[in-house]
Design a protein around this ligand. Structure first.
Ligand SMILES: *Cc1c(COP(=O)(O)O)cnc(C)c1O
Length: 241
């Protein structure tokens, strides 16, 4: 099978899962965006998926992502940074991505805000104007040390502080919960993020509109609880090299 046929089949299969899960929970079929989690996948393969209609790519490793962008500058996609963020990398992240999913410190959001302001103050060409970067605060519902993110109880304050910054647009939450024993339990953890988002919107009068949750193994449970972005690696591209 050619890489194009492979990409077409895999993309169709994942889109069908998203559609079924959306329908089952009475949500519009375009309410959930598919992000291809493309770490460790070749730019050749990724390009075939984009040709078949994939519009968003999520990368974990900054240098790997920059290499891919350089190899394929004409790839028209939205780039999402979904890895752990080191504060000394924020400038390059601001330059190369439209979405940053793993924000868990005010310092990171402040730096990203500042970098966008600096880019826009030094433009040679106004077409290069950089719009605000979309941020998602990462939640860590299982309190795992190996993962980034904050406790749910700390989210209201961090959101409040970030939403005061210019040049960044706080959009919602991202999380990577542990696998639960069954789908009901899996849904509960996703539901807790959705509920928190509602509460913060009401209490703070802001409009967070995205939940980045759901991966290959749990996208159905995430969509049932209101996910708006699923990040799919293995079930889309295949095993990572
Ligand atoms: C790798 C990765 C994914 C995709 O995981 P799969 O299980 O391969 O679908 C999603 N989100 C993040 C943050 C990842 O690092």
């Amino acid at each position: 099978m050619s890489n194009s046929d492979y990409a077409s089949q895999k993309l169709t299969a994942v889109m069908r899962r998203i559609k079924h899960a959306s329908e089952r929970s009475g949500r519009a079929c375009d309410a959930v965006k598919l992000i291809g989690a493309s770490k460790k996948q070749s730019i050749e393969l990724i390009t075939r998926f984009v040709e078949q209609g994939l519009t968003d790519l999520g990368e974990n490793y900054l240098q790997e992502a920059i290499d891919k962008q350089c190899q394929s500058p004409s790839l028209e996609v939205d780039w999402h940074f979904i890895g752990q963020i080191q504060s000394n990398k924020t400038k390059a992240i601001a330059k190369h991505f439209n979405w940053v999913h793993g924000v868990d410190r005010l310092k990171i959001a402040k730096r990203l805000s500042q970098h966008v302001a600096e880019f826009n103050a030094n433009l040679d060409d106004e077409h290069e104007y950089k719009p605000p970067i979309n941020l998602l605060v990462q939640l860590n519902p299982d309190n795992e040390r190996t993962k980034g993110g904050i406790a749910l109880g700390d989210a209201p304050e961090l959101c409040r502080r970030i939403s005061e910054l210019e040049n960044v647009a706080l959009r919602g939450f991202m999380m990577i919960p542990q696998a639960r024993e069954n789908e009901d339990e899996q849904r509960k953890v996703f539901a807790s993020a959705a509920k928190l988002l509602e509460q913060i919107n009401q209490a703070q009068g802001i409009h967070l509109d995205h939940l980045s949750m759901g991966m290959s193994g749990d996208l159905e449970a995430a969509i049932a609880e209101g996910s708006t972005m699923v990040r799919i690696g293995t079930d889309l591209f295949g095993a990572r090299s």
